[in-house]
Design a protein around this ligand. Structure first.
Ligand code: SF4
Length: 372
């Protein structure tokens, strides 16, 4: 079984096919006759491009920007501050590992832990429930991430969670952020590479109204090198032909309808609400808040008094020089930041994009991209 899986994966890393797609990509860019700027909205795409060395192989007139696709990076500092405040009150906070070192306005959850707060890493929503049932003490789950992890949180809440568990939802909805990017004045983005894993849930049909509204192509892509190259080829060919439609370059996993059960779970548990995406903007309908039926488990309701009484946080030094927001809006690259690789390093991150393994600055730094 493992051998079959490995062979399948290698099919999508075939060098000859990669070269053929590379040539097709170069031809499409040439046909466009100008610089073509695309955006992907997923840290896993950035990781895969770096890991397989795709960026240096792109035609020089093809610019592929990373957009707001790192869930850790877009979690707003006040959301982190709120969970630090709850941890400081003695509540046990559980969260995904990448969140630990992300700076809030004054410190990170890791810093709070070093100061004595109880903050623990979990690997999935199931573990959250196990811990809450086992300990019976008040537990707050700092639930972050996009559509994929939001589904896990929804499933947790629909499965009779224990009363000592509260959920602080910082989940975000990527299609809402794409709207903001598309509407940004002077945006150079001419097409979007959409994340294949998120589209397994939402389906690619979700992008049809976006494409109709903005006349910008969207292609769903997987994460193997040939998946990414195929999706980029389809995008640039549309741009060169002056077309705008939704295409699915990940048909082995993604359908037009998506996963109906998962979508139904999201709808039952969450309401869309306007919310801040760190450094980017207030995104209309960009945040997923628990519906009133789940107020019993909503940390913002259960601990409203504690959150309101939390002292204000003072911003750290250097934080205002971070251009993470511009990077995720597609108007800057990591090496445009004066702190990149100097004052801001993976071991001593100033901004969220240098913390997460899905953050553009961290990925570029780890793969030696843009370092001078
Ligand atoms: Fe922010 Fe650091 Fe990236 Fe600069 S290098 S944008 S400070 S995360």
């Amino acid at each position: 079984m493992t051998e079959v899986r490995t062979q399948r994966r290698l099919e999508f890393r075939d060098v000859a096919q990669g070269k053929a797609l590379g040539a097709r990509l170069a031809h499409a860019v040439e046909r466009a006759g100008r610089v073509v700027t695309l955006m992907h909205v997923c840290g896993s795409h950035e990781q895969a491009m770096a890991r397989y060395g795709l960026r240096p192989s792109f035609p020089k007139d093809l610019h592929v920007q990373m957009g707001p696709g790192c869930p850790v990076c877009v979690t707003d500092a006040p959301e982190i501050d709120a969970c630090i405040a709850l941890a400081a009150k003695g509540l046990r906070v559980l969260t995904y590992g990448d969140m630990l070192r992300v700076p809030g306005r004054a410190m990170s959850l890791d810093g709070a832990r070093a100061a004595g707060a109880r903050v623990d890493v979990v690997y999935g929503a199931t573990q959250v429930v196990q811990i809450a049932r086992r300990t019976k003490e008040p537990v707050v789950f700092f639930a972050t991430g996009f559509e994929t992890t939001a589904v896990a949180t929804a499933a947790l809440l629909l499965d009779d969670p224990p009363d000592n568990l509260a959920v602080f939802s910082a989940h975000k909805w990527v299609p809402a952020a794409m709207e903001v990017v598309a509407e940004t004045p002077d945006s150079r983005i001419e097409g979007f590479l959409a994340a294949g894993h998120a589209a397994t849930i939402t389906g690619f049909g979700i992008f049809e109204s976006f494409v109709a509204r903005h006349r910008l192509p969207v292609v769903v892509g997987g994460f193997e090198p040939l998946d990414i190259l195929s999706a980029l080829v389809l995008l640039v060919e549309q741009v060169a032909a002056g077309e705008a439609k939704v295409e699915n370059a990940f048909p082995r996993c993604v359908t037009r309808e998506g996963n109906r059960r998962a979508l139904a779970a999201l709808e039952r548990v969450f309401d869309m609400a306007d919310g801040e995406w760190r450094g980017i903007a207030r995104i209309p309908s960009g945040n997923l808040r628990l519906r009133p039926e789940f107020a019993r488990w909503d940390a913002t309701v259960r601990y409203a008094a504690e959150l309101a009484a939390a002292p204000p946080f003072e911003e750290r030094a250097n934080a205002s020089d971070c251009v993470c927001g511009k990077i995720m809006s597609g108007i800057a690259q990591p090496d445009d930041c004066a702190l990149f690789g100097k004052a801001c390093l993976p071991a001593a991150p100033v901004g969220a994009c240098m913390v997460s393994s899905e953050g553009a600055c961290r990925i570029w730094h780890e793969h030696g991209l843009g370092l001078r």
